[in-house]
Design a protein around this ligand. Structure first.
Ligand code: 2P0
Length: 321
């Protein structure tokens, strides 16, 4: 019997992954770039036991028959050359309301804990490749701080690389939680609709790839204005693609737009903040630590009912005792 526990933090993409060239092993169309967050994480315990008759998976104490998780475990078992089964127990510390990709921290933690429980000793690069097969955004959650996912074109060359694991900059991300119905279009189906039908998709790929060296330079220069502008513009390009798909769709809700406009107003008033959005209606605000409080106060005044969740840059994958 072998028990392994791992913790992985979620991440927010500043240059988004939006579309796959291989949907089976998850190879993205473009490179992406993210910030791992300290506040939101998944803890996963994997028990390898020769006496188990099948794999099992529980999330926050509830047994879940997840075919995706079971397929992932089959792959790890095959890699290890062992025949035994595992019991997987995950606790998600990503608030379900936050609209942050919990699949990123979930599959990064599962990759680390399950591979070790099956007796494998993978490098972080290989953990990143393994996490990728669970969910694209998980590829990046193996590392802390600023991370790039090199898209590649096959299983061997599609993995994340750390750009700056210990962020020497007081950057904050504030998730503004927009009340909404459950999302209708998953990122998995939304992104492929865009790949298959948007006439602008090719331009997106070029533009996203070209933005990565620019955002890296802005980070090295600690140029917050350029850093924020590149992030915000990339997010809006991704959301613009969705409107050009067939059938077209959008993750924006009226309140998402109101919050983005409030951020633009703050900028006009001299307080720098930028926004990004993912496959849901919540708005994530990027700012420097010195402005976080005043931004949160302004948003609370305008939208007293919304929840604000702040996070700093976080660490990469950790094995726990
Ligand atoms: C990202 N998102 O780069 C982009 C931006 C959401 C918007 O990755 O199909 O759950 O499991 O690979 O990783 C969310 O999609 O999708 C995501 P799959 P995933 O963070």
């Amino acid at each position: 019997m072998k028990i392994v526990k791992a913790r992985a933090h979620t991440n927010i993409a500043l240059i988004k992954y939006w579309g796959k060239k291989n949907t089976d092993i998850i190879i993205p169309m473009n490179n992406s770039f993210s910030l791992t967050l300290d506040h939101f994480y998944t803890d996963t315990k994997v028990t390898y036991d020769e006496n188990l008759k099948k794999d099992s998976f529980s999330l926050n104490g509830e047994e879940i028959e997840s075919q995706n998780v079971f397929n992932f475990l089959d792959y790890v078992r095959q890699l290890s050359g062992k025949n035994g089964f595992v019991k997987v127990e995950s606790i998600n510390h990503v608030p379900t309301t936050a609209g942050l990709a919990s699949s990123a921290s979930a599959y990064a933690a599962l990759a680390a804990a399950s591979s070790k429980a099956f007796g494998l000793d993978l490098s972080r690069k290989d953990l990143s490749r393994l996490a990728r097969r669970g969910s694209g955004s998980a590829t990046r959650s193996i590392y802390g701080g600023f991370t790039e996912w090199i898209g590649g074109d096959n299983d061997l060359n599609s993995y994340a690389k750390p750009f700056q694991e210990n962020v020497e900059w007081d950057i904050r991300m504030i998730a503004a939680v927009v009340n909404s119905k459950p999302k209708k279009i998953t990122s998995r189906s939304g992104m492929q609709t865009v790949v298959n039908t948007s006439p602008f998709y090719g331009e997106w790929v070029k533009n996203a790839n070209n933005s990565i060296p620019l955002i890296k330079k802005a980070i090295l220069d600690k140029n917050f204005t350029t850093f924020g502008e590149i992030s915000e513009e990339n997010a809006m390009k991704m959301h613009a693609l969705n409107l050009t798909a067939h059938p077209h769709f959008s993750y924006f809700e009226p309140q998402s737009i109101e919050i983005m406009q409030a951020i633009e107003q703050l900028r006009q008033d001299g307080i720098e903040a930028y926004y990004t959005m993912d496959a849901g209606p919540n708005v994530k605000i990027i700012c420097e630590g010195k402005n976080s409080e005043v931004i949160q106060k302004a948003l609370k005044l305008k939208f007293p009912e919304i929840e604000l969740l702040e996070s700093k840059p976080g660490k990469g994958i950790q094995f726990l005792d």
